[in-house]
Design a protein around this ligand. Sequence first.
Ligand SMILES: NC(=O)C1=CN([C@@H]2O[C@H](COP(=O)(O)OP(=O)(O)OC[C@H]3O[C@@H](n4cnc5c(N)ncnc54)[C@H](OP(=O)(O)O)[C@@H]3O)[C@@H](O)[C@H]2O)C=CC1
Ligand SMILES: N[C@@H](CC=O)C(=O)O
Length: 386
Amino acid sequence: MKIAILGFGTIGTGVYEIISTYKAKSLADVEVVKVLDLPQNKDKLDIITDNYDDILQDKSIDCVVETMGGLHPAYEFITAAMKAKKHVVTANKAVVAKYMEEFIALALENKVRFLFEASTGGGIPWIASLEKAKRVDDISELYGIFNGTSNYILDAMTNQGKDFDEVLKKAQELGYAEADPSADIDGYDVQNKVVISSAVAYNTKINMEDFPCYSLRTINSIDINYFKKLNRTIKYIGEAVVNHTGYEAYVMPNALANDTVEANVNSNFNIATLYGQSIGPLKFYGQGAGKLPTANAIVQDILDIQSPIGSLIDFSNKLAYQPTQENVYVIRSTNTVDMTNIETKEEFEGQTYYTTKPMVASTLVELVKSIDDSQAFVAKLAAFKG
Ligand SMILES: NC(=O)C1=CN([C@@H]2O[C@H](COP(=O)(O)OP(=O)(O)OC[C@H]3O[C@@H](n4cnc5c(N)ncnc54)[C@H](OP(=O)(O)O)[C@@H]3O)[C@@H](O)[C@H]2O)C=CC1
Ligand SMILES: N[C@@H](CC=O)C(=O)O
């Protein structure tokens, strides 16, 4: 499949990097043949053009990936691509939220695909999961942290005492923020994502002018401390719920109990939840903003266009068991334990607990074997990433 990328900023370069340098077998047939960029950047790469007609009229190009952002000319470029019988993949939530109905109709009319997974939740497969959940259940509720920039800011203010403006600047440097970051901190970005998610989940077009949207920009460190005193954490939440007569939706800071999953989602991560009548709550968590996670979602859409036939599992990868991770383990036993690899020994309510030094799994297996206690209890002091 031959691809053209429109816009070569944070996300566009991420898509190029994954397709051109990653070795995944599924990507072998995917090639970026043209990139639309501004005239001053034409020397950066020999496939760059500043003329969209070069892409539209190139019959070998199967799919256009739009990562320019904004409403115009993104709208015109997307519609022209589909009319030229090219599939379209986009990360641009502003244009999707506004013109989704028209884009979907145009895709059907021209027998091409219009995919927008990266528009909501960055690298999280949220749109695909909503579509899958909806095959069986009526979805009645969706909510979550849908903006990486604002979550990054709240995390740094809450957990590191940082100042709003300083952290916003850092989020911009990291490529999380929109070209105009007021979209992130005043809620327009989350509004777009709630509109898109609601269309997928509820098969409806909701109007963002109808529901409340409160900015995050007014928050200060005393607010954060006030809610800390109440054992609550502020998170910027988007939600849309269907009820008997219609729907309701909100975009606003929520003061969440500290023991909720959402209160513990930090950095640029997002979490999105749906409720279905048989599946109940389903949560999806991952990086909601950033170059490679978002580009990953775009590349997944590109691969979905190819709809693989058969199985992707061919057992061609021969992996040997080779533990290298060093972990700390706790062993409870009444038998004698060789103390060479033990860091601490502790008596607790009549039982003896041994905490090991960091060790690979094969050392643990040998140690447990040497204790020879069928009643021993062994636990890893887990430290999962993310
Ligand atoms: N960054 C993120 O984490 C995520 C971003 N997105 C979405 O992805 C899209 C791209 O975002 P991002 O990569 O961060 O933005 P960037 O500003 O980094 O990249 C956009 C690029 O497109 C170029 N561009 C704009 N208009 C044109 C045009 N008419 N012709 C050619 N090039 C053009 C810009 O050039 P110039 O800079 O010179 O204007 C810039 O290089 C946006 O819709 C955004 O909402 C979605 C999920 C996550
Ligand atoms: N600016 C957005 C990018 C992803 O959608 C965000 O911070 O979430």
